[in-house]
Ligand binder design. Structure first.
Ligand SMILES: [Cu+2]
Length: 320
C-alpha cells in the first residue's frame, strides 16, 4: 500500500477516534469527521495527553468491509429488503468524493466489482460480479436464500482511487435461526473434490495458507484460472465479518505457479479469534466453493491438528 493510502486510512481512523472521544460520533459525524480529516495533526498524537489516542499503526490496520462509507466513497443500495428465496434485480451505486455515483473503475482480478454476500452467521456465501449500467448503477441478480440478516461487500477500486471494501447490511424477512459456526475445519468436500488446508492465520502477521485440491483422491494438477489466479480466497472474521486482505501467491502463466494441486495464499488476520474462509476454484469448467473455519492465535494453536508433514490434509483425514 502506498503512502497516500496509509495516510488516508490513518486520517479516517483519527476521525473515528475523535468523534468517539467526543461522544458525538453518531450525532454529527460529518462535520466532526471532516474537520478532523482536513486538519490532521502535524505531529503524531501524544499518548499521555489524557485522551489516550491509539497508536497510528493500529488505526491504519482497521480491516475492510466494516463500513458503508470510507475515504469519501459510500455504498448506496436501492433497497436493503429482499424477499427470501426470490431472485431480485438488486441495484446499488458507489458515491464518490464528489457526491456523484462513480462510473469509472479499475479492473482488479479481472473484474471492476467483486460483490460478496453472506448471511451474518457466515452461511450462504456468494461471490458475484454485478454489471455496470449507465450512470454508475450496478445491477446483479441476487437471491437471499433464507430469512436473516446478510452482509454484502463491494470490493473495488475507482479509477484514480485505492482498492476499497465497503460493507452494507441486507435483510430477508422471516423466521430466522442462526447456524453455529463450524469448529476448526481444515478439510472441505465439494462434490467429487476434497480441499485440504494447511498453514495458519497469525494475528497481525501475514500467514501462508496452502489449499490442496484432490478429485476422487487424485491430486488436481490442471486447475483453471479464475479471476487471474488458480483460486480466489475470501476470509471473514466471525463476530463482525471484517473482510481480510488475501493475496494469491503467483498467477497462471508466470512460469512458476503450478495449476494445482496446491493453491497458495497469504492472508493476514487482524486479531486472534475465529475466521471463515471461502475458496473459489475452477476445474472442468465449473467454479466451486470450499469452506473452512480457522482460529488465529491463542487457543487455535492448541487446538490445531497435528501437522507433522506438509502433505497431511486435515485432522481426521491423515492420508489421501
Ligand atoms: Cu469477484
Amino acid at each position: 500500500m502506498n503512502t497516500p493510502a496509509k495516510l488516508a486510512i490513518f486520517v479516517s481512523g483519527l476521525a473515528v477516534t475523535f468523534g468517539a472521544a467526543m461522544g458525538i460520533g453518531t450525532l454529527f459525524p460529518t462535520s466532526a469527521a471532516v474537520s478532523a480529516a482536513e486538519n490532521p495533526p502535524t505531529t503524531a498524537p501524544p499518548g499521555d495527553d489524557g485522551h489516550s489516542h491509539p497508536a497510528p499503526k493500529a488505526a491504519a490496520e482497521v480491516p475492510g468491509g466494516l463500513q458503508i462509507s470510507q475515504d469519501g466513497y459510500t455504498l448506496t443500495p436501492r433497497t436493503t429488503e429482499l424477499a427470501p428465496g426470490e431472485a431480485t434485480d438488486f441495484r446499488f451505486t458507489v458515491t464518490g468524493p464528489d457526491g456523484r455515483p462513480v462510473t469509472d473503475y479499475q479492473v482488479l482480478h479481472e473484474k471492476k466489482m467483486h460483490f460478496i454476500v453472506v448471511r451474518r452467521d457466515l452461511s450462504g456465501f456468494q461471490h458475484l460480479h454485478p454489471e455496470l449500467l449507465d450512470g454508475g448503477v450496478w445491477s446483479i441478480r441476487l437471491t437471499l436464500p433464507e430469512a436473516g440478516a446478510y452482509r454484502a461487500f463491494a470490493d473495488f477500486a475507482a479509477t484514480g482511487g485505492e482498492p476499497l471494501t465497503l460493507g452494507m447490511d441486507l435483510h430477508a424477512a422471516g423466521d430466522y435461526r442462526s447456524k453455529p459456526l463450524a469448529e476448526v475445519t481444515r478439510t472441505a468436500v465439494v462434490g467429487e473434490y476434497t480441499v485440504a488446508l494447511t498453514g495458519d492465520l497469525v494475528p497481525g502477521k501475514s500467514g501462508k495458507l496452502t489449499l490442496n485440491v484432490t478429485r476422487n483422491g487424485d491430486p488436481v494438477t490442471d486447475l483453471e484460472p479464475y479471476l487471474g489466479a488458480y483460486g480466489h480466497l475470501v476470509a471473514l472474521r466471525a463476530g463482525d465479518l471484517a473482510y481480510l486482505h488475501v493475496h494469491p501467491d503467483g498467477e497462471p502463466g508466470d512460469g512458476k505457479t503450478a495449476a494445482g494441486p496446491g493453491i497458495v495464499f497469504h492472508a493476514q488476520a487482524p486479531s486472534p479469534g475465529a475466521y471463515r474462509l471461502y475458496l473459489d476454484f475452477k476445474h472442468a469448467g465449473t467454479v466451486r466453493t470450499a469452506e473452512f473455519t480457522l482460529t488465529a492465535g491463542g487457543k487455535a494453536d492448541v487446538k490445531a491438528p497435528e501437522q507433522t508433514t506438509p502433505d497431511d490434509g486435515g485432522e481426521e483425514h491423515g492420508g489421501h
